[in-house]
Design a binder for this molecule. Sequence first.
Ligand code: ADP
Ligand code: MG
Length: 317
Amino acid sequence: MDEFDLIRRFFAHPVIRKDTVCGIGDDCALLDPRRDQVLAASIDTLVAGVHFFADVQPEALGHKALAVSLSDLAAMGAEPAWAFLALTLPDADPFWLESFSHGLFKLARKFRVELAGGDTTRGSLAISMQVLGWVPGGRGLLRSAARPGDDIYLTGSVGDAGLGLKMLQGEMEWRDEAVLERLLRPLPRVETGMALRGIAHACIDVSDGLAADLGHILHASGLGATIRWQDLPLSASVRRYIEQTGDWRLPLYAGDDYELCFTAPCSHRLQLEQCLPSQEVPWHRIGKIEEQQGLRLIKGGKMITLQQVGYRHFQND
Ligand code: ADP
Ligand code: MG
């Protein structure tokens, strides 16, 4: 099986979108733009040994490679349209590829995303996924758009993916499949992001940890915030982990949860309740944006200053 057989067998498919003029198979994809909207574009790379274990189920990897990129579109309030996959593989294992493409296309179908092209090379296992989506002009959810007095909200719960990683690393004496699922197959909050257009001010997806990612909003907006420990949405497993270890920082600093953290003025509370059906994706108010710089946590009656840092590539070089 050479490169062209591989593309044909596992990635080429009949075009699914009307605005895909030309998909996989030519030198470029041809895409029909929307006149009244702005194109949102993002790319993310997953490297074996850095972002995932090389022996992870390929189906989960195909899912996650697309999910993390769609999460960036969600954080902008964009509607996903196309994806481009740059795949670097040590060898062309048909079982691996079948499973990988199954995971990828299953998620792509869910959001009507067209895989419109890519590149295939031989080398150490790495996956880059570019995504393109649409957002009505002026309605993209910018990190810089937080305002003093905004409430801060979070979808779902945080810390689960970080706890899942500890389970995979053999640090835990118990396992929870739901927690592992959060790490292996995160669900991008695409509908929530789109529903927040015109209601939320700032928005970001939590990929590097809540403190780091909320920190990006604060930095970009030139503001600070206080969040309350008692209001943080934590799963039963994360609570159990904290009770056992005392490590309450996990949900604040562990990454990979791909929830949305957003800000909105109190006056938009009713609109939020109408536009975000909480039974599908729960959401909670966790704190407030303030003029005073820095990120503060109220926990057990004490005020703790949080470092706004997450995982950084190259930091120890
Ligand atoms: P070129 O040499 O002209 O760059 P390629 O041989 O790289 O073309 O790719 C042939 C076609 O297959 C192109 O349409 C490209 O977008 C697509 N393609 C290549 N690799 C992938 C992949 N991993 N997933 C999806 N499409 C791919
Ligand atoms: Mg090429």
